[in-house]
Design a protein around this ligand. Structure first.
Ligand code: ADP
Length: 401
């Protein structure tokens, strides 16, 4: 079965076409600047030359039409006809409390995603645009939605509630939801497979650290705690997000600097984190370069980032009464040997022992970077959210037949 996986943002749309007989990627690509002049479509067919096309793409329906044209193009295509696509999987950021797993799209499912616009005003509307666009271009083809929050729906009430008046939860569903669930679920499963141990027996801390960053405590295969909250702002220090802070900072700054809600949201989401402390960049490559060159601001940014990450690992070891496996994944986790090294250096009390040479190797494959003596297995596992969505899509479509 051939499946298309779509990740729609407000002005972008990423796609991957899978052949699920062997889970191979037939093509992938990205449409950027949707709704602006000079939209860019980058199409990467496997085994053929990449192609970039600049045109005017005003909305998502046209974006998907262009993608389908590329997928069936004589020169750059990988399909004889669009009819070969038998299902489409969509990434959706917020599934609220309604979705504990992926779901086949129905009018009710779409209505529920719309009801959640309040909780994810930037992310859920483009997902609906993506679903509508795919229904318009491929009538009759089933759509599946996979939610970033779904994996964390196993969290206990004592974990997901904030200690604030309960009426706010009842009225507005204010609670912790988490994010990056597809990635945390994927890498925890791959970790268990790699170690050849039943996931039910394992206490795993998955560190998804990219531009956005979150940690999850995965016990027996389910998420028992995760560092993001009502929104992706809670938890770790990130590229441009602050992570945890005293909420009074918000009201104090709003008052002193006369900031609006929008301005303070923007400050905390887009102008904080590594970017704010270094004053130069949100990219960990620049931060570690600066740290190695002895630049004081980059050094402070690096130290704060690593310190906060390590504190969360300690917290999750406490939450699970131990840890068997620590997994590093996403842009920073997969690529930054120095972040992994510095973080693990201070986890010796847990029995973590890193093999510094193994830690430096890059492979793109799941691998162990701890020594044979280490009491905790430390692994680097490339995440693959698209594959996870494709697997869920296949499963749900087959089940519905
Ligand atoms: P997103 O959260 O946008 O999905 P990614 O998981 O792709 O992000 O991570 C992107 C981040 O990964 C970049 O901003 C950069 O900080 C970091 N990164 C990528 N390559 C490296 C590297 N070689 N060393 C350190 N950091 C890296």
């Amino acid at each position: 079965m051939k499946l298309l996986v779509i990740n729609a943002g407000s002005s972008s749309l990423k796609y991957q076409l899978y052949d699920m007989t062997d889970e191979s990627v037939l093509a992938k690509g990205l449409v950027e600047r949707i709704g602006m002049d000079s939209s860019i479509l980058t199409h990467k067919p496997t085994g053929k030359e990449d192609v970039t096309e600049v045109s005017e793409i005003l909305e998502h329906t046209t974006a998907i039409r262009k993608v389908l044209e590329k997928l069936t193009d004589k020169e750059h295509g990988v399909l004889a006809s669009v009819d070969e696509i038998q299902a489409v999987g969509h990434r959706v950021v917020h599934g609220g409390e309604a979705f504990k797993g992926s779901a086949l799209v129905t009018p009710e499912v779409k209505a529920e995603i719309r009801r959640l616009f309040d909780l994810a005003p930037l992310h859920n509307p483009p997902a609906i645009m993506g679903i509508n666009a795919s229904e318009a271009n491929m009538p009759g083809v089933p759509n599946v939605v996979a939610f970033d929050t779904a994996f964390h729906q196993t969290m206990d009430e004592k974990v997901y509630l904030y200690p604030i008046p309960r009426v706010l939860y009842k009225k507005h569903r204010i609670r912790r939801y988490g994010a990056h669930g597809t990635s945390h679920q994927y890498v925890s499963r791959v970790a268990a497979e790699y170690l050849n141990r039943p996931i039910e027996d394992l206490k795993i801390i998955t560190c998804h650290i990219g531009n956005g960053a979150s940690l999850t405590a995965v016990k027996g295969g389910v998420s028992v705690d995760t560092s993001m909250g009502l929104t992706p702002l809670e938890g770790l220090m990130m590229g441009t997000r602050s992570g945890d802070l005293d909420p009074t900072v918000v009201t104090f700054v709003m008052n002193k600097e006369e900031l609006s809600i929008g301005e303070v949201n923007s400050m905390l989401n887009k102008h904080s984190g590594l970017l704010a402390i270094s004053g130069s960049s949100s990219d960990m490559r620049d931060i570690t370069d600066g740290w190695e060159a002895g630049k004081p601001n980059e050094t402070l940014a690096f130290e704060m980032y690593e310190y906060r990450l390590r504190k969360y690992i300690g917290a999750y070891a406490a939450a699970m009464n131990g840890v068997d496996v620590i997994v590093f994944t996403a842009g920073v986790g997969e690529n930054s040997a120095i972040v992994r090294e510095k973080t693990c250096e201070n986890l010796s009390y847990l029995g973590v022992e890193l093999d510094k040479e193994l830690n430096k190797i890059r492979s793109g494959e799941p691998r162990r970077i701890s020594t044979p003596n280490s009491k905790v297995e430390v692994l680097v596992i490339p995440t693959n959210e698209e594959l996870m969505i494709a697997r869920d899509t296949l499963h749900l479509v087959q089940e519905s037949k």
